[in-house]
Design a protein around this ligand. Structure first.
Ligand code: MRU
Length: 341
């Protein structure tokens, strides 16, 4: 059997065994968790030990590949793919990856063909990130004081990242300074983006989410870059909660608002943002901190509103950077996304 190993990403690796970096513990601990079965991957995705729209699709595909190497039982693999597909509801990369592998199984593929399909989801994601980074860095030309939200880097993809991949490529051309939204409630900005930027030596300043507006007013932000979890046919998109308010602020302050994603984040069957399913998460994440080994409660037990994502309408997007190229607001509003194959 042809070997595709080793896989050595920042957040996923496979030498003799599939493992993920437990993102709940970053940046204080770098704990690698063994993934022995697709069921282990379902739990890891639900609990955000592995996260980020592209990476959960890649992780699910590799968990199925590991299972298929040990036991190529198509009915069992199809049922496991269905369980993985449902592990989180918003990021469509997971559904796209699982549907691709379900189609491969349904076509009567043999073990090697199935493994090729699963590993190509991993390899493609690395390529797509590179293409996004190249397109986006050209778009940014001359803009160096940037703001980003959540984590869109090598902890969220198999490669250099989407929005953070653009930032990395732009910084190579012109030194940048990155303002990092902490990204309440789970602090993907403060814990994960700060970790990646610090490792890369890219200058960065951490802010609380509610400080972005005054920085924009002060003229400190030249462009805002975010990722996406699902992009509807009309260009509306879901991303980490707090993205929509940044887009509104960007329009008021006349700052370019740039969205970056691979084509695996497109859901062309979804007509608009209103049709995107939004994940609601546990109250404990808002009543205090409740993730991995971090536990602190500061609020009484009043009801909580905790959508993990919000939807930004296409008319607030200055540019959408896909691996296929750059799409302007006008492109989105005139339906150009529906032409992407
Ligand atoms: O809940 P998370 O941490 O999985 O949310 C991640 C995001 O919202 C990212 O911005 C998005 O997946 C794009 S990552 C390239």
């Amino acid at each position: 059997m042809r070997s595709f190993l080793p896989i050595e990403g920042m957040a996923i690796r496979w030498q003799s065994q599939l493992e993920i970096l437990d993102q709940r513990e970053l940046p204080l601990r770098e704990d690698w968790i063994r993934i022995d079965s697709p069921a282990d991957m379902v739990v890891a995705i639900k609990e955000l030990a592995i996260r980020g729209a592209p990476l959960i699709g890649v992780g699910a595909a590799l968990a199925l590949a590991q299972e298929a190497q040990q036991n190529f039982d198509t009915l069992r693999l199809s049922s496991m793919a269905q369980d993985l597909r449902q592990a989180r509801p918003t990021a469509v990369n997971l559904m796209n990856a699982m549907d691709r592998l379900l189609t491969t199984l349904a076509s009567g593929a043999d073990q090697q063909t199935f493994l090729n399909a699963a590993f190509s989801i991993y390899r493609e994601d690395i390529e797509l990130c590179e293409q996004i980074a190249a397109h986006g860095a050209n778009l940014l030309a001359g803009k160096s004081r940037l703001l980003t939200h959540c984590n869109t880097g090598s902890l969220a993809t198999a490669g250099v990242g989407t929005a953070l991949g653009i930032i990395r490529a732009a910084h190579k051309k012109l030194p940048c300074h990155i303002y990092v939204d902490e990204t309440r409630p789970l602090l993907q900005g403060a814990r994960l983006t700060a970790y990646e930027l610090h490792k890369d030596g890219i200058p960065a300043t951490l802010i609380c989410d509610n400080m972005a507006a005054s920085l924009m007013r002060a003229g400190e932000i030249q462009a805002i870059l975010v990722g996406a979890d699902r992009i509807a046919r009309n260009g509306d998109f879901a991303n980490k909660t707090g993205t929509y308010s940044l887009a509104v602020l960007a329009q008021y302050h006349n700052i370019p608002f740039i969205v970056a994603a691979p084509r695996t984040t497109l859901d062309l069957a979804c007509p608009d943002g209103a049709a995107i399913p939004i994940e609601e998460r546990r109250a404990a994440e808002i009543h205090g901190v409740d993730s991995g080994s971090y536990r602190l409660r500061w609020s009484p037990a009043i009801p909580v509103y905790n959508p993990a994502f919000d939807v930004t309408p296409a008319d607030l997007v200055s540019a959408l950077v896909l691996d296929t190229g750059v799409y302007t607001r006008e492109d989105l509003l005139s339906g150009r996304l529906s032409q992407i194959r």
